[in-house]
Design a protein around this ligand. Structure first.
Ligand code: ADE
Length: 254
């Protein structure tokens, strides 16, 4: 998979993703990130890409020209790599977009090329957004200074779904079984920390009981912290959960 990020701060993108798991995966060519500096497409000697907003108001707006030219250079690059000339999916990071979630990450992971457009200042001229953007995406109900951190988050969440990026295939198993629940608590050595012991079942070696315990803990945690997710999970898994409760495998009131 190839990510193409349209930004005024390419180092922010490359420095963050060059570390740790994503960095190692890129070194292994499991995916690539191409951060394109829209300033390189400015058409004035000062390399300015922003200007005042028509109608007044505070702040500067990124002009449509450099955004469009950067987009076209990415399309050329994609065509060279893939041999195909189809319009790529272009995700604009904006607090006015649809909220990003795991289902969206899975959908994006099916793309061969994903273009991510990062705004800065007060945003981008609407006409070029209408022309090139396929998805408006927010990472939550708060406003950041730019789309770079959101873009890094999207690439992180999508790239870990690419086969081989995570060291083991454990995550896929985890996701199918616990899909829609928050993760259960986990423990490592030492067995006693500040007087607190690791739950006994985890030391038992009894894999089935450990699975039941983890499901129970995930349910308890989700019910407490994210009642919205809990409600949906119980609706979708009612008969399975009722059976487990009846058999005494998990202790919980639905
Ligand atoms: N740019 C600024 N704030 C943002 C947010 N919450 N999500 C996506 N892009 C943004």
């Amino acid at each position: 998979m190839r990510f193409h990020v349209m930004t005024l701060f390419p180092d922010m993108i490359m420095n963050a993703l060059g570390e740790s798991i994503t960095g190692r995966a890129m070194a292994k060519d499991l995916f690539s990130v191409n951060a394109v500096n829209m300033r390189d497409f400015a058409n004035n000697k000062y390399n300015h890409v922003d200007d005042y907003t028509y109608g007044g108001g505070a702040g500067m707006l990124i002009q449509p020209g450099p955004v469009y030219d950067a987009y076209m250079s990415i399309r050329e690059n994609i065509e060279k790599c893939s041999g195909k000339s189809k319009k790529p999916r272009v995700v604009y990071m904006t607090p006015t977009g649809k909220t990003f979630d795991q289902a969206m990450a899975q959908e994006f992971a099916r793309e061969e090329d994903l273009v991510i457009l990062c705004g800065h200042y007060e945003g981008i001229d609407e006409r070029v957004i209408e022309e090139i953007v396929t998805d408006n995406v927010s990472i939550g109900d708060f406003v950041l200074t730019g789309g770079e951190l959101p873009a890094i988050m999207i690439i992180d969440a999508v790239s870990r779904l690419i086969p081989g990026v995570l060291g083991s295939d454990e995550s896929a198993v985890y996701e199918s079984f616990y899909d829609g629940l928050l993760e259960y608590p986990q423990y490592t050595r030492p067995p006693v920390f500040m007087g607190k012991e690791v739950p006994e079942v985890l030391l038992s070696g009894h894999h089935q009981n450990i699975e039941y315990w983890r499901l129970e803990q995930a349910l308890i945690r989700t019910k407490e912290r994210r009642p919205d997710l809990y409600k949906t999970y119980v609706e979708n898994n009612k008969s399975k959960l009722e059976k487990l409760i009846k058999k005494g495998k998990i202790k919980l009131e639905l």
